[in-house]
Ligand binder design. Structure first.
Ligand code: SAH
Ligand code: SF4
Length: 369
């Protein structure tokens, strides 16, 4: 699939009827005004939609019944629907969300003792064309709207109802390149972090990029923004350009400079995700180059042994067959980085048995209509 990130991704068609789910506060105030209601009704709508995560106009019992009826007649309240859910043995659940136009994206709910992590999609498919990634093989179908991004969170929280005191972390590591959909991403971020909305602290939200430097620069300019993760995955331009076409535009040096310029807060680090692929990215020289790269700015490293998926082998998409490294090598690389003084963790992807792990999220294009 030829990469196409250099132009904007296609957008969703506007809904036939207004849909309150996904509207921001000014839009909800305008909606209230169009019903002859005062602005505070807009704030009540915001609280009901995002704080309470209500899914039906009937839930708005503080509203007079006639107003609820008029709203129900003229305005939709529809979130992306969970079409199916596949629990994995490790406790995580992969969900398939159905969108208005029949397309589908995936999200993963991962419960931990002290937090809940939700892995979210930002686009249907992806334009970046990384050769090791299942989503990359779909190409880009379109951007998700802010409503569809927030909707994945609302749907998963309503489905699993994790204890209110357990903090929620969001990672944009599902389908799509979040920085290729930055406008909708940041609109969703506003609703997700609003204390009157889902009230998720910005530091608990991480967007992962394949290295779209133009997007990294734009993201850095927001006064409030999510944290940043970079999918590095290779340590020479030769290897990285082969598996991640975006490296032909912004190479490792351009990336390192962009990250060194990125305005981090005190204590904040850029996460470097590094997928270990046997014979591609897992040599000890790779480890040393990775350490040198990571030391150029405050960072922490996540080593992710490659998850095999259908389409992993050599075939029409690529000449390379990807495989995870030997366990001994994973350990050796982890030690090398930690001896170099870097915070490092090995991330075994959760949800592997249901293809919900990193890079396994792919919707069969035939299933989309
Ligand atoms: N597009 C963004 C975010 C989604 S991809 C990005 O690339 O950063 C989420 C992560 O999954 C990325 O770090 C990517 O390198 C990793 N990934 C993709 N395919 C994988 C695979 N088969 N095994 C393990 N990780 C994979
Ligand atoms: Fe897109 Fe990320 Fe997959 Fe690359 S690794 S194709 S950027 S989803």
């Amino acid at each position: 699939m030829a990469p196409t990130w250099d132009r904007p991704a296609p957008e969703a068609a506007p809904p036939p009827r207004p849909n309150a789910a996904g509207m921001d506060l000014p839009e909800l105030k305008a909606l209230a005004a169009s019903f002859g209601e005062p602005a505070w009704r807009g704030a009540q709508l915001f609280g009901g939609l995002y704080r309470q995560r209500w899914t039906d106009w009937e839930h708005f019992t503080a509203f007079p019944k006639p107003l609820r009826t008029r709203l129900a007649e003229a305005v939709d309240l529809r979130w992306p629907a969970i079409l199916h859910s596949q629990p994995a043995e490790d406790g995580s659940t992969k969900h398939v969300f159905g969108l208005e136009d029949g397309l589908q994206v995936e999200g993963v709910h991962m419960p931990y003792e002290r937090r809940t992590t939700l892995c979210l999609s930002s686009q249907v498919g992806c334009a970046m064309g990384c050769t090791f990634c299942a989503t990359g093989s779909m190409g880009i179908l379109r951007n998700l709207t802010a409503a569809e991004i927030v909707g994945q969170v609302v749907a998963m929280l309503n489905h699993h109802a994790p204890p209110a005191e357990r903090p929620v972390n969001l990672v944009f590591m599902g389908m799509g390149e979040p920085l290729h959909n930055l406008d909708h991403l940041m609109a969703a971020f506003g609703i997700l972090t609003d204390p009157q909305g889902l009230a998720i602290p910005p530091r608990r939200i991480t967007v992962s990029t394949a290295g779209l430097v133009s997007g990294i620069e734009r993201l850095g300019a927001f006064p409030k923004r999510p944290r940043l993760a970079l999918s590095l995955n290779a340590t020479t331009d030769e290897a990285r350009s082969r598996i991640m076409p975006v490296n032909r535009v912004w190479n490792l040096e351009a990336l390192a400079q962009a990250l060194a310029r990125f305005p981090l807060q005190s204590g904040e680090r850029v996460t470097l995700e590094y997928v270990l692929m046997k014979g591609v990215s897992d040599s000890l020289e790779d480890g040393r180059r990775l350490a040198a790269f990571a030391r150029r700015f405050p960072s922490k490293v996540n080593l992710i042994p490659f998850n095999p998926h259908e389409g992993t082998g050599p075939g029409p998409r690529g000449a390379e067959a990807f495989a995870p490294p030997d366990e001994a090598r994973v350990g050796a690389l982890c030690r090398l980085l930690s001896d170099a003084g870097l915070p490092v963790a090995v991330r075994r992807s959760r949800g592997q048995d249901v293809a919900g792990a990193c890079g396994q999220l792919v919707r069969d294009l035939r299933a989309r209509r």
